[in-house]
Design a binder for this molecule. Sequence first.
Ligand SMILES: *[C@@H]1O[C@H](CO)[C@@H](O)[C@H](O)[C@H]1NC(C)=O
Length: 301
Amino acid sequence: MGSIYRFATPSYLLLLFLLVGTVFEPSFAALVKQQPLVLKYHNGALLKGEITVNLIWYGHFTPAQRSIIVDFIQSLSSAASPTPSAASWWRTTSKYKGGASTLIVGKQVLVENYSLGKSLKNVHIAALASKGGLLNAVNIVLTAKDVVVDGFCMSRCGTHRSTPGKNRVPYAWVGNSETQCPGQCAWPFHQPIYGPQTPPLVAPNGDVGVDGMVITLATVLAGAVTNPFNNGYFQGPATAPLEAVSACPGMFGSGSYPGYPGQVLVDKATGASYNAHGVNGRKYLLPAMWDPQTSACFTLV
Ligand SMILES: *[C@@H]1O[C@H](CO)[C@@H](O)[C@H](O)[C@H]1NC(C)=O
């Protein structure tokens, strides 16, 4: 299980954050980043080889919104995009024991009738996830902006878990925070509620909520392949693990520190911030990922 909260800061960062408050010194951040970060491997299975990603859309999403997400998943295993590419970001997961994980978009289920209501609990997410396939798959439930989910915005922006029992199937949930808590779950495309304030970045696909979902999706996908069953790579307690991306919170480019995402690329025509190219000419802003070879958080730019 991994709960993904954009400001889920490691305790040492949190401590500094509290001590320094709103006038955080970049030099302190540099000191903090030099501490080696180790995600211990707990000898469990990881997801490797070809993995089907099934998408269960719950509530109203426009076709344009769905294509931002589908293109993102396809970008992770595509060789076609210019550098820095989303695929080179994803390749960091192949440095974790066991080789590459190739993601293939499988079936998409649209649940546009809100058949489980607009306020979902974990059991509802599990039920929706079971609508995807079961073999070598990760089923992802994406909830629309008008859907409230237990813990959404309060402690998390998305999660990944696995089904109980013998043949455990990993699944994940990511919510659109646009109208509920964009300052938490769509940062840095929206002003944060807490902490140091830097101006929001322009979302690379022009959709604050869905571009925020891409960041959370990137986080849960990396967590799902490197710690699918709570005995893969993580730091801290298994009940609240810091995983591949959640161990590197709030970092998108070089020179990041709490509240400042770091220096990223800017599209001259649109002003959009990004750090990765994807398929179909897409641009994405992807979070830092822990690199097991260097024991450090890695950003594309
Ligand atoms: C809602 O939509 C889903 C997916 O299309 C369908 O399986 C289900 O039967 C529908 N439920 C209702 C109550 O209409």
